[in-house]
Design a protein around this ligand. Structure first.
Ligand code: COA
Length: 373
């Protein structure tokens, strides 16, 4: 039986959702190129595509947007539960715990029909934004801001975070970030969601698994670590020496490398341009400039490309988003992909249960406890 640690290059399921070519650096959702989505689409339209397999008509999109708006408010007891958590809890821990609790307040509990699960996908996507922003306010001793009953996801998210309506430029920046993070084939968190759904556990259980998997620094947690590194570097003229030292110490540099891409991650192309543009616009170009030097150095000395988490870190920072909210924002977007994969898993389910090659001791004699030295 061939054994692959980390399931590298193992094809574990059929899927119609995300086409990822790591050699050519191509990414599409249901055949629609990510570059076109980033340029012309919205997060809502991208979510519709992921859940339904085709781009919506105008009226279908209007309906989807209305449903997303209508499902933003959290059940009262869930808001209360959040206030019971220590304010030192990380936003990802709070998100995982709170999303898990949403199952207890599901109006369609017990209904595992496709229609009920489509509605759950909308509900979860809307509520994740509310949970993430409410937590930032609660932990800072502020009242959560009630969600808008209108406006797109990005606008409402920034409004709930700050209490002020964002300008159109900032809202569009976040909208594009959400599009770019929405799905990425069988990444670790999506795989976790599919494994859980494959036991016919609920969509809430699957998304809770996914949030746990996303939080680690080798996956979604990398963006936060990237910004902490950029802050440690601090100045443009320190970047080269910092990276030389890090390479010398054989450190893993967050935001670089990828299991699938062997060339530029197409999402990084957009995020790099956004970082440069935002830097110029906000007078904080140094974060882009430091990032660019780091990228050049890692490419030259390690042959590794920047991934989605590298330039997104400086973009979030220059947008004024607290650093530990980077990964939760990733989750707010990726929940559309997770739920799309869960719907696909349910539609054609088979338990996901691989094997392990046993390399431990064999035929060990059982010794009674009092005889063990
Ligand atoms: N910094 C330094 N070296 C890295 C590296 C990084 N970010 N990513 C990979 N490498 C090196 C490893 O040290 C290893 O070298 P070796 O063969 O000399 O030991 C080689 O590249 C292969 O790495 P490996 O960890 O086996 O690849 P993987 O496919 O298992 O891991 C990642 C993929 C994404 C987990 C890995 O590249 C990584 O840890 N990146 C940083 C975290 C990150 O940005 N995650 C977000 C991904 S979107």
């Amino acid at each position: 039986m061939p054994t692959t640690d980390g399931l590298e290059d193992v094809v574990a399921s059929h899927s119609r959702i995300c086409d990822l070519d790591g050699k050519l650096g191509k990414l599409s959702y249901f055949g629609v190129d990510i570059h076109d989505l980033a340029r012309y689409s919205s997060f809502e339209e991208t979510a519709y595509l992921l859940w339904n397999g085709t781009l919506p008509t105008r009226s279908q999109l209007d309906d989807m947007e209305a449903q997303l708006c209508a499902n933003r408010a959290l059940p009262g007891p869930v808001s209360k539960l959040m206030r019971l958590l220590p304010t030192t809890s990380t936003p990802m821990d709070v998100l995982r715990t709170t999303v898990s609790s949403l199952s207890s307040f599901d109006p369609d509990a017990g209904d595992n029909s496709s229609a009920a699960n489509h509605h759950r996908a909308i509900r979860l996507t809307s509520m994740l934004g509310t949970i993430v922003t409410a937590w930032d306010r609660i932990r800072n001793g502020k009242e959560p801001v009630a969600p808008l009953t209108y406006g797109n996801y990005a606008t409402n998210f920034l409004y709930m975070l700050t209490g002020e309506l964002p300008d159109a430029y900032k809202a569009r920046m976040l909208d594009v970030i959400l599009i770019l993070h929405a799905d990425h084939e069988l990444n670790a968190s999506t795989f976790a969601a599919r494994v859980t759904a494959g036991t016919l556990a609920s969509m809430y259980a699957a998304i809770t698994s996914a949030i746990g998997a996303l939080s680690g620094p080798l996956h979604g947690g990398a963006n936060e670590q990237v910004m902490r590194m950029l802050l440690r570097i601090g100045e443009v003229d320190r970047a080269e020496a910092y990276i030389a030292d890090a390479i010398e110490r054989k450190e893993r540099i967050m935001g670089f490398g990828h299991r699938v891409y062997r060339t530029e991650d197409p999402r990084a192309t957009h995020l790099r341009a956004m970082s440069r543009e935002l830097g110029e616009r906000t007078g904080q170009s140094k974060w882009y400039e430091i990032s660019h030097i780091v990228e050049d150095q890692i490419k030259e000395h390690k042959g590794l490309n920047a991934n989605v988490d590298f330039y997104s870190a400086s973009v979030y920072y220059m947008m004024g988003i607290p650093i530990d909210m980077d990964t939760p924002i990733f989750a707010c977007s990726r929940v559309t992909g997770w739920t799309a994969h869960v719907l696909e898993q349910y539609a054609n389910n088979r338990l996901i249960r691989p094997r392990a090659e046993y390399v431990g001791p064999k035929n060990v004699e059982y010794m009674l406890i009092d005889q063990r030295g």
